[in-house]
Design a protein around this ligand. Structure first.
Ligand SMILES: Cc1cc2nc3c(=O)[nH]c(=O)nc-3n(C[C@H](O)[C@H](O)[C@H](O)COP(=O)(O)O)c2cc1C
Ligand SMILES: C=C(O[C@@H]1CC(C(=O)O)=C[C@@H](OP(=O)(O)O)[C@H]1O)C(=O)O
Length: 390
C-alpha cells in the first residue's frame, strides 16, 4: 500500500489517495472520523481546534461500506478556509489583493521550515512554505492510518497509544494493561496519561508554560499487539520493519527521536539485562520471557508487542518571542504570533498510533497478499499455526 497527501493548512481541504488496500474490508466514514476526532483533542491546543471539526468524505474505492480494491480518495475540509480565501486561492492575485498583501511573511520563525524552505524553493513569501509544513497535514495521515487500523483490527491486531511524558513529568505506567484498557484510560485523561496524578501535573506544566509564553514537548508511546512472527525482514536494510516505523514516527512534525523497548537505556546495561530469553509452549508457541527489545529482533517482529516511543520537541511558535532576521530588510526582529498550540503531545500520540498502524498494515500485506481480505486472513491464520508448531 502507499499513499500521498496534498493540501495546505489554510487551503480549502486536505486530500489523500490510498492505493493497494485489498477488497472486502468493511469501512465506514465513522471508522475514520473517530480517529480524526481523537487527534483534535488534548490539553494545550490553540484556538484553531475550536474552528475545525474534522470529518472525512470517502470519494472513491468504497462501495456499500466495503473496499473494492480500487484507490481510495479521502478528503477533509478546512473550516478555516473561509477566513483565508483571499490569501490562499489558486487563481492570480487581483490588483487590490496585491496592494494589500498584509499576510505576506518575510520573517522566518525559529524551529519551523520557513527559512530553509524559502531558500530551497525561492519563496520571498514564506507562507508558501509554512502552509504545507504545518502539522495540519497530519489530519489526512491519520485518515490513512485509520484505514490501516481497521484492516489490522479485522485481522486481530490492535494498536493503542498514550503519553509517557510532558515537560519532564513522567507517567509511571509499568505495563500489564490490555490494549482496550489502555485506550479507554488514556482517552479519559485530557493529556492521554495512564497515570492520573502525573496527568494533573502535566496539565499544570502546560498551563505554566503557556502563561510564561513558552511551550513544552514530551514522549508518546505506541503499542501493537496480536502480531505474527516475521513481519519485516533481516535480508535488506530497506525491508526492516523497525526502521520503517522509526522513519514514520520521525516524519511527524516536531518529532526528534525514536526508541523501541528500553531503547537508549540499552547503552548503560549489560547484555544479560537487555536481551529477551526465548521460551516455547503448545498454546502460545515461541514467546520471550521479557520484551525489553520492544518486539523486534533482526528487523522482524518477534510476535511480542511492538513498543515504540517518540520524542516531540516543544512547539516552536512561542508567545515569548525568539530572535530572527527579516529576509527583506535583514534587520533582526522578535517574532510575533497570532495563535499557536502550547503543547500538542497528546494529539501527536494519536498521529503516532496511526502512522505506526500504516507501516504494520503494509508489512502484513507484503507478507500475506494484497488482493482480498479473506485470502489475507486465511494466510495469516495459517502462518500463526505454522509458527506455533515450528
Ligand atoms: C499535532 C501537532 C500540532 C502542532 N501544532 C503546532 C502549533 O500550533 N504551532 C507550532 O509552531 N508548531 C506546531 N507543531 C509543530 C510544527 O509543525 C513543527 O515543529 C514544524 O513543522 C517544524 O518541523 P520539525 O519540528 O519537524 O523540524 C505541531 C505539531 C504537531 C504534530
Ligand atoms: C491545524 C492544526 O494544527 C496546526 C499546526 C500548526 C503547525 O505549525 O504545525 C500550527 C497551528 O495552526 P494555525 O496557525 O492555523 O493555528 C495548529 O493549529 C491541526 O492539527 O489540525
Amino acid at each position: 500500500m502507499r499513499y500521498l497527501t496534498a493540501g495546505e493548512s489554510h487551503g480549502p481541504q486536505l486530500t489523500t489517495i490510498l492505493e493497494g488496500l485489498p477488497s472486502g474490508l468493511e469501512l465506514l466514514a465513522e471508522d475514520i472520523n473517530t480517529e480524526l476526532a481523537r487527534r483534535q483533542l488534548g490539553y494545550g491546543r490553540g484556538r484553531r481546534m475550536q474552528i475545525e471539526k474534522d470529518q472525512v468524505q470517502i470519494l472513491s474505492g468504497v462501495r456499500h461500506a466495503k473496499s473494492t480494491g480500487a484507490p481510495i480518495a479521502l478528503v477533509v475540509e478546512n473550516k478555516d478556509w473561509t477566513h483565508w480565501k483571499n490569501y490562499m486561492g489558486a487563481e492570480p492575485l487581483t490588483k487590490e489583493q496585491e496592494d494589500n498583501m498584509k499576510r505576506q511573511i518575510s520573517r522566518p520563525r525559529p524551529g519551523h521550515a520557513d527559512l530553509n524552505g524559502a531558500i530551497k524553493y525561492g519563496h520571498r513569501d514564506m507562507r508558501n512554505v509554512l502552509e504545507r509544513s504545518s502539522a495540519r497535514e497530519t489530519t489526512v495521515r491519520v485518515a490513512a492510518g485509520a484505514v490501516a487500523k481497521k484492516l489490522l483490527k479485522t485481522l486481530g491486531i490492535q494498536v493503542a497509544g498514550h503519553v509517557r511524558m510532558i515537560g519532564g513529568i513522567e507517567s509511571s505506567y509499568e505495563g500489564g494493561m490490555s490494549l482496550e484498557e489502555m485506550q479507554r484510560v488514556s482517552e479519559e485523561s485530557p493529556v492521554r496519561s495512564l497515570d492520573e496524578e502525573a496527568g494533573k501535573k502535566m496539565m499544570t506544566a502546560i498551563d505554566d508554560a503557556k502563561s510564561n509564553g513558552d511551550s513544552i514537548g514530551g514522549i508518546v508511546e505506541v503499542v501493537v499487539e496480536g502480531l505474527p512472527v516475521g513481519l519485516g525482514s533481516h535480508v535488506h536494510y530497506d525491508r526492516k520493519l523497525d526502521s520503517k516505523i522509526a522513519g514514520a514516527i520521525m516524519s511527524i512534525n516536531a518529532f526528534k527521536g525514536v526508541e523501541f523497548g528500553i531503547g537508549f537505556e540499552a547503552a548503560e546495561k549489560p547484555g544479560s539485562e537487555v536481551h529477551d530469553e526465548i521460551q516455547w509452549s503448545e498454546e502460545e508457541g515461541y514467546t520471550r520471557k521479557t520484551n525489553r527489545l520492544g518486539g523486534f529482533e533482526g528487523g522482524m517482529t518477534t510476535g511480542m508487542p511492538i513498543v515504540v516511543k517518540g520524542v516531540m520537541k516543544p512547539i516552536p511558535t512561542l508567545y515569548k518571542p525568539l530572535q530572527s532576521v527579516d529576509i527583506d530588510t535583514k534587520e533582526p526582529f522578535s517574532a510575533s504570533i497570532e495563535r499557536s498550540d502550547s503543547c500538542a503531545v497528546p494529539a501527536a500520540s494519536v498521529v503516532a498510533e496511526n502512522v505506526v498502524a500504516w507501516e504494520v498494515a503494509c508489512s502484513i500485506l507484503d507478507k500475506f497478499g494484497h488482493d482480498r481480505i479473506e485470502e489475507i486472513s486465511a494466510a495469516l491464520n495459517q502462518h500463526r499455526k505454522y509458527s506455533r508448531e515450528f
